[in-house]
Every structure is written in structure tokens, then in C-alpha cells.
Ligand binder design. Structure first.
Ligand SMILES: [Ca+2]
Ligand SMILES: [Ca+2]
Length: 186
């Protein structure tokens, strides 16, 4: 892998780390998920109790999946642990015989984030949900719109497509790869 691509990948994963570190204390802990989830739920709207319950479950699952990166089990994911964890994921995804258990975990993670955005449960993310989330994560409107038009079909992003993009995102060290616009559901 070239030095430039490697740097790009590392920067990308570092930025993702800081998105999850919602309280800005330099590590990812379960507290960060509470903060993120409550901010996000305010954004997409939480008007019915069934949604709130699904949301709480999704938050818990996502937290468990991400906390797998805590290799020394001290309850915190540091940036080093985070980078090591994703490096391992990337290596596995690049192999022709990816470890099925790991693949299952990754699917769980992307399904969960997807569901958090898909509040009406129709298996798709619509443009307004996408735009709001992008805005929340500081993606510029123009970039968010362009990205959505590239990855969505008939104005909707489907779950299977999101999964593929997510796997590409973990692997890709190419700044121009389309998956790099998908930051907001990772
Ligand atoms: Ca934190
Ligand atoms: Ca740790």
C-alpha cells in the first residue's frame, strides 16, 4: 500500500474516532453513545414509544459492537485501539476467506446504524434523513447532496447497498472512492 493511501486511511479512521468520542475526552466509552444517540434522536424525531424502544436497543447494540475495539478491557477505546481494530477489520475484509464471525459482527454494526436512521422502518434511508444526519456530523450540504445522489437509487438508499459501501469504506485508501462519503452512518 502506498504511503499516501495509508495516510488517507489513517486520517479517515481518526476522524471517525473523534465523531464517536462525543464528549471529547479522547476515548470512546458507553457514555459517548448515550450522548450521540440522544442528539441524533432529537434530530430525526422520536414521536412514538415503539421507535424510542427500537432506538434504545440499536444504541446498545452499536455500543457493544464498537466496544469490541477495547482490547485491554479497561472500558475505554483509545485511538490506538481503534486504529488497530479497524486495521484488523480491513485485513480480514481484504482476504478472500473473511472470518464469518467477524463479518457477522460488521453486518450487525452497519445494520444497527442503518436502523437508527431509518425510523419508519421501511429498509431505506431517504434524502431528508441523510441530509440531516450529514449536517449533524458536519458534512457540507453540497457534499452531502452530491454523495446521496451518487449512492441512492430513486431517492432512497437501501440497506444492502449501505452494507456494501460500509465494507468498502473500511477497506478503501483511495480518497476518490465513493464509499468515503458514507461517514454519517458508520
Ligand atoms: Ca469519550
Ligand atoms: Ca481500552
Amino acid at each position: 500500500m502506498s504511503g499516501r493511501g495509508e495516510n488517507f486511511w489513517k486520517t479517515k479512521m481518526t476522524n471517525l474516532f473523534y465523531l464517536y468520542d462525543a464528549d471529547g475526552d479522547g476515548s470512546i466509552t458507553p457514555v459517548d453513545f448515550e450522548i450521540l444517540a440522544s442528539k441524533l434522536s432529537g434530530l430525526v424525531g422520536q414521536d412514538n414509544p415503539q421507535h424510542s424502544e427500537q432506538y434504545a436497543t440499536a444504541r446498545k447494540t452499536l455500543c457493544e459492537e464498537i466496544m469490541r475495539a477495547d482490547s485491554n478491557h479497561d472500558g475505554k477505546v483509545t485511538l490506538d485501539e481503534w486504529l488497530e481494530f479497524h486495521q484488523r477489520l480491513r485485513d480480514e475484509l481484504t482476504k478472500p476467506d473473511t472470518d464469518p464471525e467477524l463479518l457477522e459482527q460488521l453486518c450487525e454494526r452497519v445494520n444497527t446504524t442503518f436502523k437508527m436512521l431509518d425510523l419508519n422502518n421501511d429498509g431505506m434511508i431517504e434524502k431528508d434523513e441523510w441530509m440531516k444526519t450529514c449536517q449533524f456530523f458536519g458534512v457540507k450540504t453540497e457534499a452531502a447532496e452530491k454523495a446521496f445522489n451518487q449512492i441512492a437509487k430513486d431517492g432512497k438508499l437501501k440497506e444492502d447497498k449501505a452494507k456494501k459501501l460500509f465494507f468498502e469504506y473500511i477497506k478503501s485508501d483511495d480518497p476518490d472512492h465513493i464509499s468515503n462519503c458514507c461517514l454519517c452512518f458508520l
